[in-house]
Design a protein around this ligand. Structure first.
Ligand SMILES: Nc1nc2c(ncn2[C@@H]2O[C@H](COP(=O)(O)OP(=O)(O)OP(=O)(O)O)[C@@H](O)[C@H]2O)c(=O)[nH]1
Length: 477
């Protein structure tokens, strides 16, 4: 071979080498690399307890709703029970539209003296032995002015007549019992967190990795808008070069997720009484989502907090729902107002609030029915319930109960309800049974209202306040 040929070969080899090195350098520049940590003690993410179930830092927070604009009603001093008939007949004419059907005060363990007889006996609210007011006669409704369209004398709901009320339960203080929820959420949620941290902390982040992060968020039900927002922020943080270690990646992910959960939202439950009226909460949602259960759990929390509670069983769709609510009420010593199966929910809601005002309870929680048969039907029913209640008191909260396990369907439901009533907060139930807690992000994003409470099990005390930080910690495992 000639010298010229050797020189040519050497030149080609040199060019190839330069191209190879330049290509490798370019490739490295496009990847974000994470070094395993050598962090100083105390640095974020260092050896902290990540067994991390959902563990709210604080207890439930209750506040007072906006100042009442409803007609002032003098609030008699506490629990002296009066005959229900008397109380109810004092009610000013109800809105014409309500045409309320007779409502039967249900027996409660905190007995308002038995209907019909009851002198001014004031039974102690906690006396389990006190006989239930058997055979509560249908109460004459005040609004009788308008010739009530023959309320078809409702077949009295099976009132479990002679059954002695269950003894009122001791309820653990709310603060202490929240610890028991630890771990519930992590069992189902941590898959999402593990996957995200695996990708972010795994070393190199190329386009495929970003796509995987996006998929993980979408699969966890965060929805496309929230996912896009989160991925954009994660990319920006990574590109800024501030994230060099796994611990930093974790801390950054945590901060981004918490931000997306709107930590600034007011999540207190507007359940405190006004000067002349109780706090009034409407609980709405599709049947089966956990409305009645959540109403009962919330009543327990309030009673444990020293509040006098009245539950209104306006879910007249099936008698069992009212029975269920009554059982919850009996267990905690709350009062209950219920009506006949198929009765007018608005009438029961109206009577609940009326009775609540007159007996001076602190808070009335009305459990409504949520048949999504037609939007118009729902609109009529719920709209009417709210309007009628507002004749007596301000509605402080409309809590929408959503089942976290139904994913996108929950969002569809949320939209429909939000069109019908002004939702002020969301109760997300069954978070213990899903690996897709991401619906929390979507619901807040779509409705612009906070998730205030989460259901983490079927137990009576498995209700917790929603806290973004605690939730993200549980999510990251
Ligand atoms: N695992 C789990 N189950 C729950 C939770 N909340 C409610 N449930 C269960 O969900 C089922 C339905 O709850 P309900 O309270 O009856 O639902 P609802 O919306 O009132 O429905 P209706 O009674 O038909 O009006 C019950 O078996 C509850 O025990 C929760 O947070 N976790």
């Amino acid at each position: 071979m000639t010298t010229g040929a050797w020189i040519a070969i050497a030149a080609v080899v040199a060019v190839l080498l330069v191209a190879l090195v330049a290509g490798w350098a370019l490739y490295r520049r496009r990847r974000v690399s994470l070094q395993p940590t050598q962090q100083a003690p105390g640095q974020i993410g260092e050896a902290k307890d990540r067994s991390g179930g959902y563990k709210p830092e604080s207890g439930f927070s209750f506040s007072q709703g906006a100042t009442a604009t409803a007609p002032p009603v003098s609030r008699p001093t506490p629990p002296v029970a009066e005959p229900v008939e008397e109380r109810v007949t004092e009610v000013p004419p109800a809105p014409a539209e309500s045409a309320p059907a007779p409502v039967e005060p249900a027996p409660t363990p905190a007995p308002p003296a038995p209907v019909e007889e009851a002198p001014a006996a004031a039974p102690a609210p906690e006396a389990p032995a006190a006989p239930a007011p058997v055979e509560a006669a249908p109460v004459e409704k005040a609004p009788a002015a308008a010739p009530a369209p023959a309320p078809a004398e409702p077949a009295p709901v099976e009132e479990a007549p002679a059954a002695a009320p269950a003894p009122v339960e001791e309820i653990a203080p709310t603060a202490g019992r929240l610890d028991r929820l630890r771990g519930r959420l992590s069992r189902s949620q941590s898959a999402v967190g593990k996957s995200l941290l695996g990708l972010l902390g795994g070393g190199d982040l190329d386009e495929d990795s970003w796509e995987e992060i996006e998929d993980t968020l979408l699969i966890a039900d965060l929805g496309s808008a929230t996912t896009e927002q989160i991925v954009t922020r994660l990319r920006a943080e990574m590109a800024a070069g501030t994230v060099k270690t796994e611990a930093e990646a974790r801390a950054m992910l945590r901060a981004v997720l918490i931000d997306a959960l709107h930590p600034e939202f007011d999540r207190s439950i507007k359940a405190l009484p006004h000067d002349a009226t109780p706090g009034v909460l409407l609980v709405v949602g599709v049947n089966g989502t956990g409305k009645t259960t959540s109403t009962g759990k919330l009543a327990r929390v309030l009673v444990a907090d020293g509040r006098r509670v009245l539950l209104g069983a306006a879910d007249t769709f099936r008698a069992a729902a009212a029975d269920q609510l009554q059982t919850w009420a009996e267990r905690v010593g709350a009062e209950v107002v219920r009506g006949p199966e198929g009765g007018d929910p608005a009438a029961i809601a109206f009577d609940s609030v009326t009775k609540g005002i007159e007996t001076g309870v602190d808070v009335v929680i009305v459990d409504t029915a949520g048949r999504l048969h037609t939007k118009t039907g729902l609109m009529d029913e719920l709209g009417k319930v709210k309007r009628v209640v507002e004749k007596r008191a301000v509605v402080d909260e409309v809590l929408l109960v959503l089942d976290a396990t139904v994913g996108q369907n929950g969002l569809v439901q949320a939209r429909v309800f939000a069109e019908v009533v002004d939702i002020t907060g969301v109760v997300l139930t069954k978070l213990d049974g899903t690996a897709k807690g991401g619906i929390v992000f979507q619901v807040q994003h779509e409705l612009g209202v906070p998730v205030k409470l989460v259901g983490l099990g079927e137990g009576a005390d498995d209700l917790a306040p929603f806290e973004p930080g605690a939730f993200v910690d549980a999510l990251l495992g």
